[in-house]
Write a new protein. Structure first.
Length: 613
């Protein structure tokens, strides 16, 4: 008995040694093939050209899609209007706007304005180029991953990264990240995210220390750019650690002292970033994000389990009839209401546990599962964001589609059936992407689509009414504003839109009533204050008009229209110097504002000043 106990540890040591030797053999094999780890240059260029052609074909009908919904944030922020290429303007565009935590994306919008003002063609071209670059980086990253020590002996087909990336590239769900101009923040973050991982894996395969050093610096810089594009890139350090542990460490904990210091450094950086984004009291900041929401943190967390499962279904069958910008997704009030909540919670937890269980034998499958759920954690958990948006699947879906592609190559036989199946999926998804972009191309068609899919939600009705009103179809617009207010009587924006429609119909008193109703519910509503100021100004009530213009400016100091109108009132009061200041500010905010420029020239001549413009 004692002899057997003495031999057992020795057998275990020998078995571990043989496993380590096999792993080292894989490492040596990878190092020997390092020069061709990403394939030949010519083959990669061919793939790149294919991605460019395919993406151009399916997104060419998105080039004239106008600014829609949150795109107004891009148009209405003077800080994003870079007129000269200098450090001051880059700083202003990056950090003096609404989304100041996303300076990298902000600067790209500013550069778009510098080159072609508000011509949507340039904005869409940049978004499409980002999508193409992301797909190519993803292709190289997957190819490199399949050559890591943990996977190199499995001999995965080289066709896997190609089909996985092409299916991801043409998926119609991603139109919300590509065609929706504002969501460049999302796709740009994903591009830098994948580029960071690509540089990381390249550095791990590099043999010369100098190359490793340069690649490590590049990895750090692109990681910062990812985080500067959107906060969901905060998962990147964890993913890198998981990747290292899965594919280079063979799930062992034999970290060196240097690597331990690196881990500590990453932990410190993450803590620092937490304080930067959430302040000294993260819980208070998180709680504050729910103040203006119609749901609690508890309800959102429960609901997100169902949302995550819905994302999976959407990615598997992304027909345009299922795609929607403004979902009316029911809330989970408790674990059992609705009953699908507990089912989805069990499914998510079960998938994560299964990934952990499979990690040793099915390394790639396990990593893909953890990637999918891990990259949804920030936007699908405790932060008080909107319940559901399709663009949140852009980054997580990459490895989910890879996992499904790997399983198809493993279990679908014969090869012609497998390849035919992939080609059919690609063709259908390509046509569906074109069809979805066609919906995006017209604001009225787009919001009608949202109303059809979310008939009991107020915002789509209000936004459809606004789009109709801009087409001169005031009667139809009023019907939708009425529907929005019927669904949600305390909806300030619907009251403002209804007020504008009533004003255009000549019913000024009704317009004033709606503006005041909006202000009862939201006293600092910029548009309600400005529009009410305009109506009162026309009626000759300049005292009250001045008050409401000032409130609009207090909410948004960059409102050029309010500056101009205040300048007119001050001019009539004889305060010419103050009026001149407001006209000057209006022109600075909007250089094409002809009324403000005319007013400034007139008053400058009157007081003997040079307009200087």
């Amino acid at each position: 008995m004692s002899k057997r106990n003495k031999k057992t540890p020795k057998k275990k040591q020998n078995r571990l040694k043989r496993g380590a030797d096999r792993f080292q053999e894989g490492q040596n094999k990878v190092n020997a093939e390092h020069s061709s780890i990403f394939g030949s240059y010519q083959a990669n260029m061919f793939i790149m050209i294919f991605f460019i052609i395919l993406t151009s074909l399916i997104y060419v009908n998105s080039l004239d899609v106008p600014f829609i919904f949150d795109d107004s944030v891009v148009r209405n922020q003077p800080g994003l209007r870079i007129t000269q290429l200098n450090l001051e303007n880059f700083k202003k565009a990056g950090f003096e706007t609404i989304q100041r935590n996303r300076p990298v994306a902000n600067i790209t919008f500013g550069l778009n304005y510098y080159f072609h003002k508000y011509d949507v063609l340039g904005y869409h071209l940049v978004n499409i180029l980002i999508h193409i670059a992301t797909s190519f980086f993803l292709f190289l990253f997957i190819k490199g991953t399949l050559k890591t020590p943990a996977l190199v002996e499995i001999n995965y087909s080289i066709q896997i990264p190609f089909f996985a990336v092409v299916i991801w590239l043409v998926n119609p769900v991603h139109t919300q990240s590509v065609t929706f101009i504002y969501q460049r923040m999302n796709s740009l973050a994903a591009m830098f995210y994948i580029l960071t991982l690509l540089l990381y894996i390249t550095a791990r395969f590099a043999e010369r220390k100098r190359s490793k050093g340069f690649l490590a610096i590049g990895c750090l810089l692109t990681g910062i750019l990812a985080l500067g594009s959107k906060e969901n890139a905060g998962t990147l350090p964890f993913v890198i650690l998981l990747y290292e542990w899965f594919f280079f460490r063979d799930l062992r904990f034999n970290w060196s002292r240097l690597q331990s210091f690196i881990l500590l450094g990453i932990a410190i950086c993450l803590t620092g970033l937490t304080f930067v984004y959430l302040g000294e009291d993260p819980w208070y900041r998180l709680s504050k994000t729910f103040v203006k929401r119609d749901f609690t943190m508890y309800q959102r967390v429960l609901t997100e389990f169902r949302v995550v499962i819905y994302y999976v279904g959407l990615l598997l069958f992304p027909h345009p009839s299922r795609l929607n910008l403004d979902y009316d997704f029911s809330l989970s009030i408790s674990v059992s209401e609705p009953l699908t909540t507990i089912v989805c919670i069990g499914t998510v937890i079960g998938c994560v546990c299964q990934a952990i269980y499979l990690a040793k034998k099915e390394r790639l499958i396990a990593f893909c599962i953890l990637w999918f759920f891990g990259n949804l954690v920030i936007e699908s958990s405790v932060v008080g964001l909107e319940i559901i948006y399709e663009h949140r699947t852009y980054l997580p879906s990459m490895m989910l589609i890879l996992m499904l592609t790997v399983l198809a190559f493993r279990y679908v036989k014969p090869d012609w059936l497998k390849i035919s199946g992939f080609c059919i999926i690609i063709v259908f998804c390509s046509f569906w992407t074109v069809a979805r972009n066609q919906v995006w191309s017209d604001p009225v068609v787009f919001w009608k689509d949202c109303v059809h899919k979310s008939p009991n939600k107020a915002r789509p009705h209000s936004n459809l009414g606004f789009a109709l009103m801009r087409r001169g179809r005031a009667t139809e617009a009023i019907n939708h504003f009425s529907k929005a207010l019927q669904i949600k009587p305390d909806y300030p924006s619907a009251h403002v839109n209804m007020g504008t429609a009533m004003e255009r119909k000549g019913n000024v008193n009704k317009a004033i009533w709606h503006y005041k109703e909006a202000l009862k519910r939201k006293p600092d509503h910029e548009n309600a204050n400005y529009n009410l100021g305009v109506v009162l100004h026309r009626q000759g009530n300049t005292e009250q008009a001045f008050i409401h213009y000032s409130k609009a400016l207090a909410q948004n100091p960059d409102n050029a229209l309010a500056h101009n109108n205040i300048g007119v009132i001050l001019q009539n009061r004889g305060k010419l110097k103050d009026a001149c200041d407001h006209f000057t500010e209006a022109i600075r905010l909007n250089p094409d504002y002809t009324d403000a420029r005319r007013n400034l020239n007139f008053i400058s001549q009157k007081i003997g000043l040079s307009a200087g413009h």
